[in-house]
Write a protein that binds this ligand. Structure first.
Ligand code: HEM
Length: 131
């Protein structure tokens, strides 16, 4: 029942949603995330979320999580940030990232919500050109 509920959330949540454990390993990957990044869920489960971002964040991301777990000082949790993601085909995707934190079965998990900003930024650039 819980699994069916989770699957229906993953299928219908409008923004890309990615759940990771404290090591950054991806535990679930929503339909919108599959559309946004061009990966099937099976291609990313068990892999590090850092594969979804370009350098230098890709190499640094394990350290960001470790720093947070050590210090408790959050830089994105509790707010949002514009970050750049990297699709399977190597193209970049600017998006707004929000991160939530939860403890499930004694394990710490993080949920990322990612809103694609590509269209919004293209429209803003066109408006700028018209002025
Ligand atoms: C921290 C980048 C996706 C979980 C950070 C920080 C950056 C970053 C730059 C450190 C902020 C700082 O110390 O100033 C990115 C990029 C992503 C991405 C470019 C694009 C794919 C995700 C996702 C999750 C996640 C999908 C969770 C599912 C975390 C956590 C932290 C963190 C837990 C530490 C807590 C915090 O600083 O608030 N990330 N991230 N990240 N990220 Fe990511």
């Amino acid at each position: 029942k819980r699994e069916a509920q989770l699957n229906s959330i993953l299928a219908s949540v409008p923004d890309a949603m990615v759940v990771i454990d404290a090591e950054g390993i991806m535990l679930s990957f929503s339909h919108a995330a599959q559309r946004m990044f061009g990966y099937e869920e099976a291609e990313v489960l068990g892999k590090n979320v850092s594969m979804l971002m370009p350098s230098p964040d890709r190499e640094a991301h394990d350290g960001y999580i470790a720093r947070y777990l050590e210090t408790g000082v959050a830089h994105i949790i509790g707010s949002t940030r514009r970050v750049i993601g990297c699709r399977k085909d190597g193209t970049l995707v600017p998006h707004e990232l929000a991160i939530g934190e939860a403890t499930g079965g004694g394990e710490r998990v993080f949920t990322g919500f990612m809103r694609d900003l590509t269209d919004q930024e293209a429209t803003a650039a066109r408006l700028q050109d018209l002025q």
